[in-house]
Design a binder for this molecule. Structure first.
Ligand code: DQA
Length: 151
């Protein structure tokens, strides 16, 4: 069964209480559980990791090359600043999907630039936690073409 690494970056550990009007009321634990439940239906397994530290996220992406078949990444504010995370995704050559809970294109100008988007299959934003499930659908279609949704 292909395994997907779901990576969440800085401040996403505060989901549920952090600006709920922007990021929703679900906790990260709830979002991760929904991903695990959805993955089972798709024939995927998932591992979830959150870190507030760029280096830990980088190491996790590097390690994923040998242990996972794809990545789902919400890099939080590092999205808008981290050339290192972009380079890491390019380097490991795993299919990756970028997720944001909020619609970053409808927010402040500094959020509208994503370095991550240059290295991924596609970006999903603005759909809240449902975006993570859509990202898993996209990876299932890529990795299990005969089992993905609609196949
Ligand atoms: C975010 C959007 C980023 O701009 C912000 O820094 C976050 C969360 C989102 O999920 O909408 O931390 O990635």
């Amino acid at each position: 069964m292909p395994s997907i690494l779901i990576l969440n970056g800085p401040n996403l550990n505060l989901l549920g209480t952090r600006q709920p009007e922007v990021y929703g009321r679900e906790t990260l634990e709830m979002v991760e559980q929904s991903c695990k439940d959805h993955a089972v239906k798709l024939g995927l397994t998932v591992e979830c990791l959150q870190s507030n530290h760029e280096g830990i996220l980088l190491d996790a992406i590097h390690d994923a090359r040998d242990t996972h078949s794809g990545l789902v990444l919400n890099a939080g504010a590092y999205t808008h600043s981290s050339i290192a995370l972009m380079d890491a995704i390019f380097s490991v050559e795993l299919p990756a999907v970028e997720v944001h809970l909020s619609n970053i294109h409808a927010r402040e100008e500094f959020r509208q630039k994503s370095y991550i988007s240059k290295a991924v299959i596609g970006q999903i934003c603005g759909f809240g936690s449902f975006g993570y499930l859509m990202a898993l659908d996209a990876l299932a279609r890529r990795l299990l073409p005969t089992r993905g949704p609609g196949a």
